[in-house]
Design a protein around this ligand. Sequence first.
Ligand SMILES: *[C@@H]1O[C@H](CO)[C@@H](O)[C@H](O)[C@H]1NC(C)=O
Ligand SMILES: *[C@@H]1O[C@H](CO)[C@@H](O)[C@H](O)[C@H]1NC(C)=O
Ligand SMILES: *[C@@H]1O[C@H](CO)[C@@H](O)[C@H](O)[C@H]1NC(C)=O
Ligand SMILES: *[C@@H]1O[C@H](CO)[C@@H](O)[C@H](O)[C@H]1NC(C)=O
Ligand SMILES: *[C@@H]1O[C@H](CO)[C@@H](O)[C@H](O)[C@H]1NC(C)=O
Ligand SMILES: *[C@@H]1O[C@H](CO)[C@@H](O)[C@H](O)[C@H]1NC(C)=O
Ligand SMILES: *[C@@H]1O[C@H](CO)[C@@H](O)[C@H](O)[C@H]1NC(C)=O
Length: 370
Amino acid sequence: MGYLTVTAALLWMAYGLSLLMTIVADCTGPEPVIDPPHLVVRYGDPASANCSAPQHVNKIGWEATVGTTNVEGPQQLVWNVSSVTDWSLGSGVMCYTNGESGQCIQNLAITIYKNPDSVTARLIYYPGALVEGEQYSLECEVQSVAPVRNLTVTWFRGDQEVEQQSNYTQFSIEGDQSKDVTVWTRLTNTASREDHEAYYSCAANLDLNTAEPIPSVRSRFTQLKVWYRPRIVSSSQNVSLGAGDLLELHCIADAHPSPTYQWRRDNMTLENENNATLRIESASEDQAGDYECIVNNDIGETSTKMRVDVYRNYTILIAIFLVLVVGALIAVFIVIYSIHHKKNKTGEYRLTKVKVGSSLNGQVAQANGH
Ligand SMILES: *[C@@H]1O[C@H](CO)[C@@H](O)[C@H](O)[C@H]1NC(C)=O
Ligand SMILES: *[C@@H]1O[C@H](CO)[C@@H](O)[C@H](O)[C@H]1NC(C)=O
Ligand SMILES: *[C@@H]1O[C@H](CO)[C@@H](O)[C@H](O)[C@H]1NC(C)=O
Ligand SMILES: *[C@@H]1O[C@H](CO)[C@@H](O)[C@H](O)[C@H]1NC(C)=O
Ligand SMILES: *[C@@H]1O[C@H](CO)[C@@H](O)[C@H](O)[C@H]1NC(C)=O
Ligand SMILES: *[C@@H]1O[C@H](CO)[C@@H](O)[C@H](O)[C@H]1NC(C)=O
Ligand SMILES: *[C@@H]1O[C@H](CO)[C@@H](O)[C@H](O)[C@H]1NC(C)=O
């Protein structure tokens, strides 16, 4: 009797041990199957996953600090979270099965993503003005984004994409990278006149291979102000004009801040000629010369030259000449007439002589008639 009891007790112990063995034994059979195998979930959204055992098991369970489990079928258990707000889920949860093949474990990887609360582009503070040729940096601040390793920051100039930054090791990051963080990244450029009044912005984009791409968040535009030296964009050519004609010279420069103009002739400053256009209603010969337009602003100076030739205005000369010729002709006529007139008054006998001559001619004609 005692022997039997001992044997029974031993058998029970062995059975209990074997049960214990099966519980703690390493997995020798197929692992549980989790569907979906990888969860990509937006922060605050619900999440759920199915765990099913590929063969009969004694127990199926989830090991997670948050969420509820519901039996879906004899070999299926669903893990469910109504709102993912616990960043620790980012390290994943586990599903296990206990059965003849021991304890089998499958891990469910969870990626919690969060679009930034705000994205801001700004020019790093410059003491004074940003001058062409100098280096400047724009900074993009991305607030409260996750996961930072899948963040891409894209820079835009107007609508044109200028640079993509996706290596998160080069970002400045504040916060715990297993949660949402704030990120700063810079775009460095050399200031050029073309950048003056250009609009820059940056966009934060999370690429997680989701079926629907995650919408990117774009900053507002920031406008640059670049100071640059004048550059002549249009100016008069050498001119040649008649005395008394209108002389108009121009020189138009692009500059920021707005330039001032100064005109010179033969190295002499022309007082009060401070416009882009120089206008002389009636040019005289002594206003011919080498003109120079000097354009100046706080950053620098540039100039352009043009030659002005003023010739005697021949239309006037011709007019004067014509007047003189006509006058001379009139004078000659008057002289001839007056001489003629005097001769008429004093030479009356000549007139009779001519009459005599003509009568002589008449006689000849008569002789010819015979
Ligand atoms: C889990 O499995 C059941 C039955 O196969 C299915 O109805 C349910 O949609 C699944 N849920 C998930 C989250 O895959
Ligand atoms: C998940 O749980 C919520 C309640 O917490 C429930 O309303 C919802 O239907 C569950 N979803 C699934 C797929 O079981
Ligand atoms: C990211 O930047 C680090 C440090 O600058 C560099 O070592 C690494 O190769 C870069 N990774 C990629 C993918 O470019
Ligand atoms: C997110 O980043 C990790 C680490 O850099 C990378 O292994 C993974 O492939 C990325 N995911 C996607 C969808 O690009
Ligand atoms: C103006 O000055 C330049 C150099 O200073 C000189 O070469 C040029 O001959 C001068 N022009 C006149 C018209 O004086
Ligand atoms: C310069 O231009 C302004 C406006 O066009 C005009 O009022 C002014 O009289 C001009 N000055 C000179 C010196 O021509
Ligand atoms: C303008 O005149 C100057 C001086 O006579 C000369 O050197 C220059 O080549 C001329 N420019 C043009 C465009 O003809």
